[in-house]
Design a protein around this ligand. Structure first.
Ligand code: URA
Length: 237
C-alpha cells in the first residue's frame, strides 16, 4: 500500500495535507525517513511513525449513514450522486461500498464498509437479519394486513414473503406503519404493500438487527460505528 494512502486512511489529512507531512521529513518507516508518497509499505509488517509516534494501522472502516432521497446505493453511477460521493476524503480512501441497497427514494440507515466479510454476514439470506422500516402508505392499513404480512403475502412475481411484523401507527386514508422483515428482496416493502392494494409514499429504514439509526444524524450525515454497535451486529457470528 502507498504510504500517502495509508496516512490519509489513518486520518492524517487529505492527499494534499499528507504530501506536506511527508515533505516535512517527519515520517519514518522502520526508522528511515520517507518523503515520497508513492513509497510502497506493508502496514501489517512495518512500523510507521510521525515525529516518533507510531501510526496505528486500522484496515477496516464501518460507517452508518442517514441516507437522503435522491442518492444511489452504489459506488459509482454515471448520472446520479452515490452514497460514496457523500463521504469525506479520509473515508472514501478506504474504497468502501454500501452493505446492500436502499432505493433511490428511500431514506435512513445504510451501512458502508470495506469489509467484505462483515457485509456478507449481514446480507446472507441464511442469517435472516431483521430490518425495520417506517413507511407512509396511501390507503387504510388494517388488522387484516397485519395478519396477511404475518402469514406471508404473494408478490406480483409469485414469490411468497416470509413472516413479517407489521405495526399500525396510524390508520386512515394515509396510514403510518412500522414493518420488520427478515429478507431483502428487490423493492420488498413497496411490493408487499402493492400485494395488499396499497402504495408506499415514503420509506425510511430505522434499524438493522439490533442497530438503530442514530437520529442525531441529519439526512446525508454519517459517523463511524462504535465498537459496541459493531458487536451488536456481529454477535451471532
Ligand atoms: N424495501 C423497499 O421497497 N425499498 C427499499 O429501499 C428497502 C426495502
Amino acid at each position: 500500500m502507498r504510504i500517502d494512502k495509508l496516512l490519509a486512511n489513518m486520518g492524517y489529512g487529505t492527499r494534499k495535507e499528507v504530501k506536506k507531512v511527508l515533505k516535512a521529513g517527519i515520517v519514518q518507516v522502520e526508522g528511515e525517513v520517507i518523503k515520497d508518497g508513492k513509497t510502497q509499505i506493508d502496514p501489517e509488517e512495518q512500523t510507521v511513525t510521525i515525529r516518533g509516534e507510531v501510526v496505528e494501522y486500522k484496515p477496516y472502516l464501518y460507517l452508518m449513514l442517514n441516507k437522503p432521497q435522491g442518492v444511489i446505493s452504489a459506488t459509482e453511477d454515471n448520472e446520479h450522486q452515490t452514497v460514496i460521493d457523500l463521504l469525506a476524503f479520509e473515508h472514501a480512501v478506504y474504497d468502501p461500498f454500501p452493505v446492500g441497497r436502499l432505493d433511490k427514494d428511500t431514506e435512513g440507515l445504510l451501512l458502508i464498509t470495506n469489509d467484505g466479510k462483515f457485509s456478507h454476514a449481514l446480507m446472507s439470506p441464511k442469517r435472516h437479519v431483521s430490518k425495520t422500516y417506517y413507511a407512509r402508505v396511501r390507503g387504510e392499513v388494517t388488522e387484516g394486513d397485519v395478519l396477511s404480512f404475518k402469514e406471508g403475502v404473494t408478490l406480483e412475481d409469485g414469490y411468497v414473503t416470509k413472516p413479517a411484523d407489521l405495526t399500525i401507527k396510524q390508520s386512515g386514508s394515509v396510514s403510518e406503519i412500522e414493518l420488520t422483515i427478515t429478507e431483502g428482496k428487490y423493492h420488498q416493502v413497496k411490493r408487499m404493500f402493492e400485494a395488499v392494494g396499497k402504495k408506499v409514499t415514503y420509506l425510511k429504514r430505522c434499524s438493522i438487527g439490533q442497530l438503530e439509526l442514530d437520529e442525531t444524524l441529519k439526512l446525508g450525515e454519517y459517523r463511524e460505528l462504535t465498537d459496541a454497535e459493531y458487536s451488536l451486529l456481529m454477535k451471532d457470528e
